[in-house]
Design a protein around this ligand. Structure first.
Ligand SMILES: C[S@@+](CC[C@H](N)C(=O)[O-])C[C@H]1O[C@@H](n2cnc3c(N)ncnc32)[C@H](O)[C@@H]1O
Length: 276
């Protein structure tokens, strides 16, 4: 237990030390939060350690992929049972981190671009993707959604999983996600509800009791309720058409999709045809 406590305080100290000396997407944009980015830079080497700080994302990945695969196949009229159901779709994974989501999307046949504001994350993502010919085609770039918008990039589907709670201006961030989405394209966002249950489980239990995540990973006040997210997306020109919750079963150690959106949830929306 002491050993774990020491490790945690070392991680926290590293986060603070790294706050002023890490490399990130150079341009100052409204959605970038330097302190939040420093937290990810400090633990970048651990992206592919399935027992490390990103363990919750690794364990959650099959469940969130099941949701994404299902909504994208339905929306783009693809056969979910084919070997490469996302073939022909251009997808951007905004805030891709080490590529935990980008890689399986590429394996499902999508043409994937992964972007992250932290250069270290992109380096790790590139190295890992190059280990497998089916993922080496992923385009990784240290940049932001806003810069992609300025470059005029467009995608059939835009993913931002577990990112919006780390940006300074969620409404501006959603406007950028909408601008990156083609007309009638899809946007998928996952995040944590600003509920008391989320405070108890995603912060107190995950960071302080179970120590799944370094302390301070999440700020409760930065979470959005599902209603707030729907409204922000609507104002950006994205109509939310589906939503699901993720629930954790401590007995099996697995996550599953649920109607319970009180803690972790994922939303799927489509871009209003008239907005470009
Ligand atoms: C919790 S991680 C999620 C990683 C990945 N989306 C996943 O779910 O596996 C959040 C990531 O978003 C990145 N990030 C935070 N703010 C960002 C921004 N404004 N633009 C791009 N990336 C950002 C961080 O560097 C970090 O890699």
């Amino acid at each position: 237990m002491n050993h774990l406590r020491n490790l945690n305080s070392i991680t926290n100290r590293r986060i603070l030390l790294n706050a002023r000396r890490f490399s990130y997407a150079a341009k100052e944009h409204s959605s970038l939060n330097r302190n939040e980015l420093a937290k990810f830079a400090a633990i970048a080497e651990t992206w592919w350690d399935s027992e490390g700080p990103f363990k919750p994302l690794h364990v959650m990945n099959p469940t969130r992929l099941a949701f994404i695969r299902s909504v994208l196949c339905r929306h783009f009229k693809k056969d979910p049972c084919s070997a490469k159901p996302l073939e022909g779709l251009k997808i951007v994974d905004v805030g891709c981190g080490g590529g935990i989501l980008s890689e399986p999307l590429a394996r499902l046949g999508a043409t994937v671009t992964g972007v992250d504001a932290v250069e270290k994350n992109i380096k790790i993502a590139r190295l890992h993707a190059d280990l497998d010919p089916t993922t080496s085609s992923i385009e990784y770039c240290c940049t932001t959604a806003e810069t992609l918008v300025e470059e005029g990039r467009k995608f059939d589907a835009v993913m931002a999983l577990e990112v919006i709670e780390h940006v300074t201006d969620p409404a501006e961030f959603c406007k950028s996600l909408a601008a990156l989405t083609i007309s009638d394209g899809a946007t998928v966002i996952s995040t944590i509800n600003r509920s008391m249950r989320a405070y108890a489980t995603a912060i107190v239990a995950a960071e302080y009791i179970l120590r799944w995540l370094p302390r301070g990973t999440h700020e409760w006040s930065s979470f959005l309720t599902p209603e707030e997210l729907v409204l922000i997306l609507q104002r950006a020109g994205i109509n939310v058409e589906g939503m699901a919750g993720f629930v954790y079963n401590p007995l099996t150690g697995r996550w599953s999709l649920s109607d319970d959106i009180s803690v972790n949830f994922i939303a799927f929306g489509t871009k209003t045809k008239s907005i470009e």
